[in-house]
Design a protein around this ligand. Structure first.
Ligand code: KIV
Ligand code: ZN
Length: 515
């Protein structure tokens, strides 16, 4: 079996998905889970893009040791320097540097001649190699580039020290036959191609990212790039979980495998979905809720007689628990701690105490507390803002079909004072948001609101996602509670706290990076 390296870009290309903005704690949680999943390389961000990106790439590089951590940089010396500052504390500092090679990009975006692009690419790889032991070079929009131009530039960047050559389908345009041809042609015609690993990075604009990535692997790619749940710019990137499982299930055909711990897939998918607010479609391959559900009578009959009639992937393979009923209101702290460990969390005593309290309160209201519930409570605790500027202490809503919905809220403000306000609205959620708006002051606009239940059943936990524009900054917020109005209030406050954290943090860090 050929080993295919997995390069995960959920925290860089994935985070470029419209509407997604992960905070520092959320990025750390995802990075740690990617390490558990066993990805070879984590692209943690674009260090030169912002202070926030710089700091999270730096911390991830210093914390994660089981995967190699990389950051993206344009072919600009100042950006390579910023990336070095962010990545130098990692176990295996690795740079991902790119420049576009297609006629469209060179002419209209870069406004450079092909020779200038070659010179720039070679200079930046040489410059990066003075610092980084590992350099990956990407030909942006490779799949719309001239093959002989690619052969020429790739030979030179390998000579300059690049050890991985990535050929992205930046706009999701190529077909399987074409990508197979491209990888074969390049590998056969670049004289020093044996000195590099070739990597594939496909976007999903025509819904072909997984198929194209697998076709590139057939044609010799030794590294595959993508994101969890396929999130990313526009229609997204290739879904890593689909590629890894396809290689596993069809290893008779591909004769290649990844080093992923496949039964961590479902948990990774759920975490990414929860923290990004990007819901996984029910029918999504491998990780969708319906991926293992058999509805039609003929199928059910077949599966009962012999599973393989209609089931090519077992739920256990990707970590979908068949029976995840867990604790109830009589469960003690010890059993709870065991459960948290079994779910893969490393909780501090303080976190454990807080989540245990939340669990007890949930168990009083909900008959069956499932793994999903505990996962939601724990994620909520781990992804909490470093500083909670505002916190809801008490909330009361009066609603009746014949009267005006009114909310009364007591909240702790950034000065640690308790403040109380009341306001009305045309519905209960609006009344809650109008009241919060009065307490917070400033300009806050609700731009999106979504609600879902975490499990089935009338007593399920509610999860609310909002997009709020507060004082000129747009951000998302998330809140989980047993009651939908409380979850709605938490989500709104979470968004406001994120803006305040970001503003405050930016002030402290602005001077650190000089680009
Ligand atoms: O899609 C793309 O071309 C990219 C590169 C920056 C690697 O994400
Ligand atoms: Zn991309």
């Amino acid at each position: 079996m050929r080993k295919i390296n997995v390069f995960d870009t959920t925290l860089r290309d994935g985070e470029q998905s419209p509407g997604v903005n992960l905070n520092f704690e959320e990025k750390m949680q995802i990075a740690k889970q990617l390490e558990r999943l066993g990805v070879d390389i984590i692209e943690a961000g674009f260090p030169a893009a912002s202070e926030g990106d710089f700091q999270s790439v730096k911390t991830i590089a210093e914390t994660v040791k089981g995967s190699s951590v990389t950051g993206l940089s344009r072919s600009i010396k100042k950006e390579i320097d910023a990336s070095w500052e962010a990545l130098k504390g990692g176990a295996e500092p690795r740079l991902h540097v790119f420049i576009a090679t297609s006629p469209i990009h060179m002419t209209h975006k870069l406004r450079m001649t092909p020779d200038q692009v070659i010179e720039n690419a070679v200079d930046s790889v040489k410059y990066a190699k003075q610092r980084f032991p590992h350099v990956q070079w990407s030909a942006e929009d490779a799949c719309r580039s001239d093959l002989d131009f690619l052969v020429k530039i790739i030979e030179k960047v390998i000579d300059a020290g690049a050890e991985v050559i990535n050929l992205p389908d930046t706009v999701g345009f190529i077909t399987q036959e074409e990508i197979r041809h491209m990888f074969t042609y390049i590998r056969e015609n670049v004289p020093n191609s044996d000195k590099a690993i070739f990597s594939t990075h496909c976007h999903d604009d025509l819904g072909m990212a997984t198929a194209n990535s697998l076709a590139a692997i057939e044609a010799g790619a030794g590294q595959v790039e993508g994101t969890i749940n396929g999130i990313g710019e526009r229609a997204g990137n290739a879904s890593l979980e689909e590629i890894a499982v396809a290689l596993k299930i069809r290893n008779d055909f591909y004769k290649a495998e990844t080093g992923l711990t496949l039964n961590e897939i479902k948990r990774t998918s759920a975490l990414v979905s929860k923290l990004t607010g990007m819901v996984v479609p029910k029918n999504k391959a491998v990780v969708g809720d319906n991926a293992f559900a058999h509805e039609a009578g003929i199928h059910q009959d077949g599966v009962l007689k012999e599973k393989t009639t209609y089931e090519i992937i077992t739920p256990d393979l990707v970590g979908v628990a068949s029976n995840n009923l867990v604790l109830g209101k009589h469960s003690g702290r010890h059993a709870f701690k065991e459960k948290i460990l079994a779910l893969g969390y490393n909780a501090t005593e303080e976190e454990l105490n807080k989540v245990f309290k939340a669990f007890k309160s949930l168990a009083d209201k909900k008959k069956e507390v499932t793994d999903e519930d505990i996962f939601a409570l724990m994620t909520e605790e781990k992804a909490g803002e470093a500083v909670k500027y505002y916190e809801v202490e008490a909330l009361q809503v009066n609603y009746g079909t014949n009267n005006i919905p009114t909310a009364t809220i007591t909240m702790r403000n950034p000065q640690d004072e308790l403040v109380q306000e009341a306001a009305t609205g045309s519905g209960s959620v609006e009344a809650v948001y109008n009241t919060l708006g009065r307490i917070i002051g400033g300009e806050a606009h609700l731009k999106d609101y979504r609600i879902q239940s975490i499990t089935g059943g009338r007593d399920a936990l509610a999860e609310v996602f909002v997009k709020v524009e507060y004082e000129g900054h747009e951000t998302t917020g998330r809140g989980t509670a047993h009651d939908v109005l409380e979850a709605s209030a938490k989500a709104y406050i979470n968004a406001v706290n994120r803006v305040m954290n970001r503003k405050n943090w930016t002030k402290q860090e602005t001077d650190k990076i000089h680009l």
